[in-house]
Design a protein around this ligand. Structure first.
Ligand SMILES: Cc1ncc(COP(=O)(O)O)c(C=O)c1O
Length: 502
């Protein structure tokens, strides 16, 4: 494609009246041209200075858009000779939503996906950056006691039991389930026997399993609005229809109208709403439990990060309040140990656990029993509880450092999510602030934050930024935040009233 053709397309597609920042529009248009094959591998992009002049844009706008394309692997830049479309363009559209109707991502031409598959790819949210300031939801993996782990691993591998090296059949390594049952009773007031526990590859797999075993295609799952994108993606990929129910200060708040049409599944994060951080009130918990008892639908409790409570008494799980076996409790080692371990668990009502063990074996052909055995040793010898106690102190301090940095820059009454728990916080932004634009600009500074508005299923979501603080060393929190301020402040200037928060 000739330079003039690219600039013609950009001139035609850029909407100068739009509230979408120009840098984002330029990035998105070029990305679409690459994904559709219009701009082929090896094509040289025009020089930023000339392109900016032709488009009547500032050079920085073009440079930022190019840098962003580069950070996602769409283009490469060779010093002195220019910027070129990569040989290997990522298969999936990046984690950024289409900006306007006209810019809907085109299907990659070499893939023929199902409708469900296309939807998964179109709405892809997983970030390509999983380490660094301020990646959300990631613990400080550098604090993991790898020396202990290696010792336990070596012990197991010295003379490995063949039973641990073949396919797993059933719910997972029994001593690990026994250790978990005990840990969850003490830490989360979860009531279980080891037989009710199933070891999975993490919450994503747990959701996939329960969606497939408990719901048929087209049945409805309520999810919170806003919600963790992964839950929405997995439920939809399993053929469920999701209905987003707004969250208020007490948690998921279904209207009378919602209550009249009961769903098959109710998916909630009661201990630490994701991403807003609120805690579901006791009254709302009781209401949902009673509703599930009467309607005989299932409540799925995603308790992804509750081991990290910094203030107040740890809140009991919803499962611990359930006297009618309607709650399925999901947990993960991704936050307490490290996400790459890919290990999680579900606590099931007694009536379901045997069926789920069969479903797990038959659908996923599980294995990794030797890793489960190492983890069981790690828990039984007390290393798990000790590790949680140790990192909790670091995370609490890091959260305080980040809150202080935000307050120091934007004032002490700037709204931030609650401080009690977790690995992330939300810095709210005034209504209408382009949080997606801030996130894109932040990427060119090598800072990862996530836009709160993207966690809403529909309608204008609240604007804000999600920060993961747990993995950022103490001495970097303030400096990295200060760097980020340079892209937050210009975005705030475009907002009519900087005090209008929702
Ligand atoms: C609310 C919530 N649930 C589940 C997960 C994913 O858990 P897992 O790594 O076990 O799949 C995350 C990850 O960030 C999360 O934020």
């Amino acid at each position: 494609m000739r330079d003039t053709v690219l600039s013609d397309i950009l001139l035609r597609e850029i909407d100068r009246e739009s509230s979408v920042p120009l840098v984002r529009q330029v990035y998105e248009i070029i990305r679409q041209l690459i994904l559709s094959g219009t701009l082929r591998a090896g094509t040289r992009l025009p020089a930023s200075r000339g392109l900016a002049r032709e488009l009547g844009l500032s050079r920085n706008t073009v440079i930022f858009a190019f840098e962003h394309l580069q950070s996602e692997g769409y283009v490469v830049s060779a010093t002195g000779s220019g910027t070129f479309v990569s040989d290997t363009v990522p298969d999936l559209p990046a984690s950024v939503a289409p900006v306007t109707e006209a810019l809907q991502p085109l299907d990659p031409p070499h893939l023929t996906l199902s409708r469900r598959g296309t939807e998964v790819v179109r709405n892809a949210q997983a970030s390509s950056t999983q380490w660094g300031a301020f990646v959300a939801g990631v613990p400080d993996v550098s604090l993991f006691p790898h020396d202990i782990w290696v010792r336990l691993l070596k012990r197991r591998w010295k003379q490995p039991d063949p039973n641990l090296l073949t396919y797993a059949h059933g719910a997972g390594y029994y001593p690990l389930r026994r250790a978990l049952s005990e840990h969850l009773r003490i830490a989360r007031a979860v009531r279980s026997t080891p037989d009710q526990i199933i070891i999975t590859n993490g919450i994503h797999q747990s959701i996939s399993l329960l969606a497939n075993l408990l719901a048929d295609s087209g049945q409805v799952a309520w999810i919170e609005n806003p919600a963790y994108w992964g839950a929405r993606t997995v439920l939809k990929a399993a053929g469920l229809s999701t209905v987003a129910i707004d969250v208020d200060a007490e948690g998921m708040a279904p209207s009378e109208c919602h209550l009249r049409t009961p769903p098959q599944l109710i998916f909630v994060t009661p201990s630490h709403q994701y991403p807003l951080g609120t805690v579901m009130s006791l009254a709302r918990r009781r209401m949902l439990l009673e509703y599930a008892r009467v309607q005989r639908n299932w409540i799925v409790e995603d308790d992804y990060d509750s081991e990290f409570r910094f203030d107040g008494r740890p809140l009991a799980s919803l499962q611990g309040l359930d006297t009618h076996d309607r709650v399925i409790y999901l947990g993960t080692f991704s936050k307490t140990l490290f996400p790459g371990l890919r290990m999680g668990y579900m606590v099931l009502p007694k009536s379901l656990s045997a069926h789920f063990a069969i479903g797990l074996s038959d659908m996923y052909r599980e294995g990794r029993l030797i890793d489960q055995a190492v983890l069981a040793d790690f828990m039984e010898e007390g290393h798990y509880a000790a590790h949680i106690r140790r990192v909790r102190v670091h995370y609490a301090r890091r959260q305080t450092l980040l809150r202080d940095a935000i307050h120091e820059t934007f004032g002490t009454d700037w709204p931030i999510s609650t401080r009690e728990a977790g690995l992330h916080l939300v810095m709210h932004l005034p209504d209408g602030t382009d949080d997606v634009g801030i996130v894109l600009a932040a990427r060119s500074l090598n800072i990862s934050v996530r836009p709160l508005s993207r966690y809403y299923a529909s309608g204008p979501g609240r604007s804000g930024l999600l920060f993961g603080y747990a993995s950022v060393p103490d001495d970097q929190i303030r400096t990295q935040f200060k760097r980020l301020v340079q892209v937050i402040v210009p975005a705030l200037e475009h907002v009519a009233r900087s005090d209008s928060f929702r």
